[in-house]
Design a protein. Structure first.
Length: 209
């Protein structure tokens, strides 16, 4: 019942969500096709586009394909490059969500460059929120430790896993679904008066006052 109610909040909305994949270029389309089929199985109208977001032309192709198919863009959950290309297509009530990281507040040893880029993304959120106001809302999510392929080191062994769990108030790691729920909130009308904010989803990991 709750899922049906949540789904109705997004009826008629068009969202672009970019995600990373692993493997060589020849495997990218296979990864995208598999993701599309999983979403279609849940009754979501979706189509996939292979896009290397560092390539300007591919970013434009992604935006153009979306507008051509659906006629508009309401929500972007993505990286800075795609957001910049999509900005001209965003109308009043649209929303941009950056995925930053708890590491933007607390850089980790041996991950200096990663921390710097995530900190920059927090600043960009504030700047773009002012630049695109009042028509477009811009927010960011700063996830804590979530056991994904990118952060496989977090669960490398039980000792390491427990050390990360212990620095959270909830004494556990987060899940991709919990980050997705945060993105759903920020992109919905429930957050219609929220812009220029960073939502930390880190189980109470110390980050700021």
């Amino acid at each position: 019942m709750e899922n049906k109610v949540a789904a109705r909040r997004f009826e008629g909305k068009v969202a672009i969500v970019t995600a990373s994949t692993q493997g060589i270029a020849s495997s990218l389309k296979k990864n995208v096709d598999e993701a599309v089929e999983k979403l279609k199985a849940k009754g979501i109208h979706v189509f996939g586009v292979v896009c290397q977001v560092s390539d300007a032309q591919q970013r434009k192709n992604l935006i153009n394909a979306t507008v051509e198919k659906y006629g508009k863009i309401d929500v972007i959950v993505s990286n800075a490059a795609v957001n910049a290309d999509a900005a001209p297509h965003l109308k009043k009530g649209s929303s941009i969500i950056f995925i930053s990281s708890y590491g933007g507040y607390q850089p980790q040893p041996s991950m200096a460059m990663y921390g710097v880029t995530k900190t920059a993304l927090l600043g960009l959120t504030k700047a773009l929120a002012a630049e695109l106001a009042p028509n477009v809302r811009v927010n960011a999510i700063a996830p804590g430790f979530v056991p994904t392929r990118f952060a496989a080191f977090v669960t490398a062994n039980e000792t390491t896993k427990k050390s990360f769990e212990d620095i959270t108030l909830l004494k556990r790691l987060g899940t991709p679904e919990e980050i997705g729920a945060a993105a759903a909130f920020l992109s919905s009308d429930d957050a219609s008066y929220v812009t220029g904010e960073i939502l930390i989803v880190a189980g109470g990991t110390a980050s700021r006052l």
